[in-house]
Design a protein around this ligand. Structure first.
Ligand code: CA
Ligand code: ZN
Length: 301
């Protein structure tokens, strides 16, 4: 099995980025990911200003998938996320939902033991997830720093991007050019204070291609849902985009009138906040599989 080393990273998803590895559809690979600080934070006494901000949010890759052409879908099954032993969380003035109330930067380092973390005497289970994962954008969308989410994926900070889930990305450039990083041992919806429990990881993925199907925004499939992950300048814009795509997917997947799909969405689809702290905000519209299985939804694209 190919192991993609964590020292080969990008800081921008660009249409013409150069691949560092090449794989075949059907391959299972292990990708070493760095935490969003590139492991620069090792102590709670460290001064955040001393962190090299040019090395934030590294994404390992890009990985070229043979045969992937614009107009295809890249399917990424997350088989496992093996995280490190320590995670980092931080508050930074002016960052996060309540950044106006933060008077000084603080770093917290937490040990992970037996799938649990202890913070201020409170023990709880972790739920590892991938913060940044995406492909090369379309030419007309231009370059995207790895700290931002958009139609190519990127910093979606969506807690359902976890082991057992499957992602679907639009292929915009030959080879798709997959890259990922920024795993979290755990994060709540919203990523309120601006970090999850940031941690390096080894991510095992199974990569496949679905030819001649296209989507506007990435999808993540969980046990119960197919979720549209959409981003916008504010929550309202992200909610509109995610809802619009979800209704379109229901309409074409179930061959319904648009109005009927709109009603069915209102009765069954859950809108969930992914994150509100990145340069764009991200929400997901969760379409239950009991109204349409993911395979059927994708078959109708
Ligand atoms: Ca992130
Ligand atoms: Zn992160």
């Amino acid at each position: 099995m190919k192991i993609i080393s964590g020292d080969k990273v990008i800081y921008r998803f660009s249409p013409d980025m150069k691949a560092i590895e090449s794989i075949l559809p059907g391959d299972t690979i292990v990708v070493e990911t760095n935490d969003c600080f590139f492991q620069q934070i090792v102590s709670e006494e460290q001064i955040l200003e001393e962190v090299d901000y040019d090395r934030l949010n590294p994404a390992t890759g890009p990985i070229y998938v043979e045969g992937a052409e614009p107009g295809d879908l890249l399917q990424v099954k997350i088989l496992s996320i093996d995280i490190g032993e320590k995670g980092v969380a931080a508050v930074v003035p002016e960052e996060g939902v309540l950044g106006d109330q933060v008077v000084k930067p603080i770093i917290k380092i937490m040990d992970i033991e037996d799938g649990q973390v202890v913070f201020n005497g409170i023990r709880f289970s972790i739920s590892p997830m991938i913060g940044v994962i995406g492909v090369a954008p379309r030419k007309e969308d231009g370059e995207w720093a790895t700290d931002s989410p958009w139609r190519h994926g990127g910093n979606m900070d969506t807690k359902d991007i976890k082991a057992g889930s499957t992602l679907y990305f639009p292929v915009n450039q030959a080879g798709a050019l997959l890259a990922l990083g920024d795993c979290h041992a755990i994060m709540g919806d919203g990523e309120i204070c601006f970090t999850g429990l940031e941690i390096p990881a080894q991510v095992m993925l199974k990569i496949d291609l679905i030819k001649n199907r296209s989507i506007k925004w990435p999808l993540v499939e969980t046990d119960e849902y197919t979720m549209v992950i959409a981003s916008g300048d504010d929550l309202e814009e992200a909610v509109y985009e995610a809802t619009n795509q979800a209704v379109n997917h229901i309409k074409s997947g179930l061959e319904m009138e648009w109005e009927d799909a709109y009603i069915l969405a209102s009765l069954t689809v859950d809108l969930k906040i992914s994150q509100v702290v990145d340069p764009k905000m991200t929400v997901r519209a969760a379409i239950p599989k009991y109204i349409i299985p993911t395979e059927k939804l994708i078959g109708s694209l």
